[in-house]
Write a protein that binds this ligand. Sequence first.
Ligand code: TXA
Ligand code: MG
Length: 355
Amino acid sequence: MMKTIISVIDGDVNTNYNREIFEKAGEVIRGGGLVAFPTETVYGLGGDALNPTASQKIYTAKGRPCDNPLIVHIYRMEDLNRVAEGVGREALKLAEMYWPGPLTMIFKKRSIVPDETTGGLDTVAVRMPDNPIALRFIEASGGFIAAPSANLSGRPSPTKAVHVAEDMNGRIDMIIDGGSSVIGLESTIVDMTGKTPMILRPGYISGEMIREALGSVDYDPAVFGEETGGIRPKAPGMKYRHYAPKGELIIVKGEQSRVIGHIREGIAAAEASGKRVGVIVASESENCYDGAPHIINIGSREDEETIARHLYSVLRECDDKDIDIIYSEDFSTPRIGQAIMNRLIKAAGHRVVEV
Ligand code: TXA
Ligand code: MG
């Protein structure tokens, strides 16, 4: 086991104290090591994107299949063309509107990007994160950071440094602690290599926002897929079980009083068989499950950004409480509900009960 250094960045990234942390992180990356860092979406597990050995180390540290490509993170616009080929006007328009931000675009890759980073694909995913610590870290590291979410493969993505430490302590060189991620869901992924831009993974930047910017947008059918079985997703990562807590998660959707009734029956049955039960609820229905021992309030339905921001830490909280069966209400909120439910349904292994 290696020693993992945890460094906290507090306040302005440019203080002398913080500068030393970035210098150290840059040294680790140039030496082929791994550094976890905060972004506005989730924490990333970073390595030098142009170093095949570093990318291999990322797969090992995460326990992730190496056919699942990594996103290359950049800190300035002029670096896009160094890794991507054929960047068109539409992509430049999206970059101008939403970079830095929670948007990843897929392009034909240039040969400077090793196959290890793209899982053998001839395309590359690129993103410029909207977090001053992330940008400063990428700059200090030479400009190209390959980073998946910094969780062990299959676990909920980390939105706080303590989540990263839970999964990665002893497996990576360094964790930069920059507080909680403000968005809490991974970036929207858009494939820009076809005629019409195609969303491969929904996120905070919605399909509607992209349609407004470019006039049209397609969705990879796997985005809506009930099961990934029949449909092969274009983003290889979307075929794996993801974000999952250790307990069995079941989503219950339908008219509110029936949802509550169904979950209350479930609680009674599970407790009768000696199981620990938890319920993930919106604050509006927090008091509707009286007697249930583990009610976890994810936030108000009126505030979907808070629901998104809390989702992964709520799933981890279920693990901390050793919950065997987790019921969740449905959170199909208007704007980012598609992204929230995409993650929650995967975390539930597609167990959705309609009542
Ligand atoms: O918000 C985010 O995107 C975070 C932060 C750290 O930036 N990163 C992240 O990475 O979510 P990861 O590795 O957990 O998810 C990347 C997804 C995977 O589903 C992968 O299959 C897909 O992007 N992907 C990467 N490169 C691709 C490519 N060339 N073609 C299609 N899908 C690709
Ligand atoms: Mg991930």
